[in-house]
Structure formats: structure tokens, C-alpha cells
Ligand binder design. Structure first.
Ligand SMILES: [Zn+2]
Length: 228
């Protein structure tokens, strides 16, 4: 009797369809092997299952006990091999989720384009500090470039992070306008427009909480950008 569907699924998810024995990615060519054969009292549980490729299934399964040659893999040995492999593969992306060479190149370009600007945003308190007068235009040209067709990542996770960054940047742009900021004559920077009671209200109710929220968002996204 083969393993029940849910046990097979769990085992194949745990190994991400890499063979636990030879550690090769094997896609469809995977089988879930009974570590202790059912005839010998082995159960249909996850603990008794080791997902392996077709080749290795032969190696670890084929053994004629009537004509013993060599040394058979013991159940203890196979469980240890499997458990160590499950642990090793846990933090590695599934094969289908790995980035291509094209994505890798694009990611480096994206990091080069954005890192300095995003770090500046994270470090700047837009409700009290001087703000780079060119920030609005810098963001506009970055957004414009990275929404073009040739700048799409194939790996969904990176594309999502990219889009989240673009959205956060365009959200921030709203607070870099003359509605909130004015020219600080002596420095050539922008600073919060505090010329009226209404402006003060805008600062407390919108500019400060919203820019803090966006900066927190961007800090998190910037960390994500360097995980891939
Ligand atoms: Zn194998």
C-alpha cells in the first residue's frame, strides 16, 4: 500500500522535491519510500517516509535478503539522512522560486538605483528636518524607469517587493509638495510649511504620522530587498 495522499504531500513539501539521498532536484521523478517496509511492520506515517529520486529509490530499496551482499541502509540511518536534509533545505527557496541570471542582474541594478535614496528616506524626519529639494524628481524618474516593461522580475516575490517599494515612494511624493513643504532659503532645501495654524494641524494630523508610516514600510522593504 502506498502512503496516503496527505503523507506523500507533506514529505514532498518538506524536501521541496529534492532527493533526500543524493540531494539532486528531481521534480516529477520523485517517489516516497517506506523506510521500514510494510511487510516488516512499517507504518504509513511521515516518520516512516523518505522522499527520494527514482535512481536512489533503487539504491536504498533494492536488496535481496535471501542473497545479502554489501550492507543495507538501516532505518535509523535513513531517518537521520532525511531529517538532516529536511533541516538543510528548509530555508532554501523551492527550485521554481529561485531567481534566474536575468533577475539577478536586474536585482543588482534595482539595488544600485534605490538603496541610497531609500536609506535617505528612512533616516529623514520629514516633519522637522531639512529635505533634499531633488527628492521628488529623483523618485519620479526611478518610478518611471522601473514601471517600464523591460524592468519586470520573473520571480514573483522580487516583483512584489519592487512594486511595494514603488507604491511607497509614490505615496511619499504626496508629502514632498508645496502643500506641506516650502523652500528653506538659506540651505536650498525644503522644510515643513509652518506658516499658519492650519499648516500646523496638517503637520500633526497628516505629514508626521503618514511619513513615519511610509518610512517604516520602506525600512522593512529595504531589508527584504537584500534577502533575495
Ligand atoms: Zn537521488
Amino acid at each position: 500500500m502506498p502512503f496516503p495522499r496527505n503523507v506523500r504531500d507533506e514529505a514532498l513539501l518538506a524536501c521541496k522535491r529534492y532527493c533526500c539521498y543524493c540531494e539532486k532536484y528531481s521534480g516529477l521523478n520523485m517517489e516516497v519510500h517506506h523506510i521500514i517496509q510494510e511487510a516488516d511492520g512499517g507504518s504509513n506515517t511521515l516518520d516512516n517516509a523518505i522522499p527520494v529520486c527514482l535512481n536512489c529509490h533503487g539504491t536504498i530499496g533494492a536488496y535481496n535478503s535471501n542473497h545479502p551482499k554489501g550492507t543495507k541502509y538501516s532505518s535509523k540511518e535513513l531517518k537521520k539522512i532525511r531529517d538532516e536534509f529536511y533541516k538543510k533545505i528548509k530555508d532554501i527557496p523551492r527550485k521554481a522560486d529561485q531567481k534566474t541570471e536575468a533577475d539577478e542582474k536586474l536585482l543588482v541594478e534595482f539595488q544600485d538605483d534605490f538603496t541610497e535614496t531609500l536609506e535617505y528616506i528612512v533616516d529623514t524626519d520629514f516633519s522637522s528636518e531639512l529635505v533634499d529639494i531633488n527628492l521628488f524628481d529623483t523618485l519620479a524618474s526611478l518610478i518611471n524607469k522601473w514601471t517600464r516593461k523591460k524592468y519586470i522580475f520573473k520571480l514573483k516575490q522580487i516583483e512584489n517587493t519592487k512594486n511595494d517599494i514603488l507604491i511607497s515612494c509614490s505615496e511619499l511624493q504626496k508629502y514632498l509638495t508645496i502643500e506641506y513643504l516650502r523652500l528653506h532659503e538659506t540651505s536650498g532645501h525644503l522644510i515643513f510649511k509652518n506658516d499658519s495654524y492650519e499648516a500646523g494641524e496638517k503637520l500633526r494630523e497628516e505629514l508626521r504620522p503618514e511619513t513615519v508610516r511610509i518610512r517604516t514600510q520602506i525600512k522593512h522593504l529595504l531589508e527584504q530587498l537584500y534577502i533575495y
